[in-house]
Design a protein around this ligand. Structure first.
Ligand code: G3P
Ligand code: CA
Length: 355
């Protein structure tokens, strides 16, 4: 339990809920996972370009428990941290390789990926948070993210690694094991958490790394949790994605429970459900952390790490609903909310890092 705010928040809860919170923190402790876990989504990606050195250094120095990354593989077999299927949104690929601008990440060698500017797009998209030194930031390899996680004398965040679209990367689970093992990252339970939306990939991860905690990411829609609406966003004809997802509910309790059982059967120790954000926006999805859902998950012995929450109002809401950890683009804000305030501000850390 961290700090007075968390203490007061817990003291205001009914006795039964308090007992539950205690059991959940024990569940996390058994896996070597901090409670509540602060998971830096693509690094501190509100304040710096996602999945770059600036974002991961900032998240580490703020004190996040985990650096989150989306794992893909270059044409020549190097594991890299990139979220989207192609490079258009977060790099200058359209200028550098116009004929391949919509090609998948796997169509580029690591040298080509490293030659891209993965920082300038952020300055254009968010001029209020732009910094001259973000220009020219590179895409990172998994090894470089490990270097950052290992590179501070006191702060030692873990890695929270998602196999992204793993059907396009056969064998990526074995590749990941090889790199983690080579670097000694498999020696300490809970230092790495593995995550995927893909049950098959999660099963493969479990076969290769049975001792490492795993989380099944939850989504509502075709091929995932069946929605009561029976609709996918694409079929709905609607234009406001956040508004569409805000209305989505699982078909029934049994359907939600089925996905918890899928998680357990794939070897997961928890789930990563989506969150509805009060302010909406591109990362506001279906509310899959309603109290009954979290209770059901806990009753089945599963932890709940919700994605992706950035505002105090939503930190309070999801914590009250019973989650055990939060993926956030704003690690500093979440740490302050949990009374684990960083000694330095985001601006101070970025400036000290030369950004
Ligand atoms: O990995 C948790 C969360 O990051 C899942 O969504 O699309 O941001 O990878 P996404
Ligand atoms: Ca992710």
């Amino acid at each position: 339990m961290k700090g007075f705010r968390r203490l007061w928040a817990l003291l205001l809860l009914p006795i039964a809920t308090l007992a539950e919170a205690g059991q959940d923190s024990e569940l996390a402790a058994r896996q070597g996972i901090p409670y509540p876990a602060v998971i830096a989504h693509r690094g501190a990606s509100f304040d710096a370009p996602e999945s770059t050195a600036a974002a991961y250094l900032l998240a580490r120095d703020l004190g996040a428990d985990y650096l989150e990354l989306d794992l893909q593989r270059s044409k020549d077999g190097v594991l890299v941290a990139v979220h989207d299927e192609n490079l258009q949104r977060t790099s200058d690929v359209a200028q550098r390789f116009p004929e391949r601008q919509d090609s998948p990440v796997s169509a580029f060698t690591v040298a080509e990926l490293k030659s891209l500017d993965a920082g300038s797009w952020f300055n254009q998209a968010y001029p209020e948070r732009a910094r001259e030194r973000f220009k020219g930031l590179q895409i990172l390899t998994l090894d470089e993210v490990m270097d950052i996680a290992e590179g501070h004398p006191d702060k030692r965040p873990g890695l929270y690694i998602e196999t992204k679209e793993p059907r396009f990367f056969p064998g990526i689970e074995a590749d990941l094991k090889a790199r983690l093992q080579a670097r000694g990252w498999l020696d300490n339970p809970g230092r790495v958490v593995l995550q995927s939306f893909d049950r098959n990939s999660l099963t493969l991860l479990h076969q290769h790394m049975p001792q490492v905690p795993k989380v099944l990411l939850l989504w509502i829609g075709k091929g995932y949790i069946e929605p009561a609406s029976g609709q996918n966003f694409a079929e709905s004809g609607e234009t406001d994605k956040a508004a569409f997802y805000a209305r989505q509910q699982p078909k029934d309790t049994a359907e939600f429970a089925r996905w918890l059982d899928y998680a357990k059967n794939a070897g997961a120790i928890g789930t990563g459900p989506s969150a509805l954000r009060t302010a909406g926006g591109a990362q506001s999805y279906a509310d899959l952390v309603q109290p009954w859902m979290n209770k059901l998950s806990h009753d089945k012995g599963l932890l709940v790490h919700v994605y992706t929450v950035d505002e105090t109002v939503d930190f309070a809401k999801v914590m009250a609903a019973g989650v055990d950890g939060i993926f956030t683009n704003r690690s500093g804000q979440l740490l302050r909310y949990l009374s684990r305030a960083p000694a330095r501000s985001e601006a101070q850390i970025l400036a000290a890092g030369g950004y």
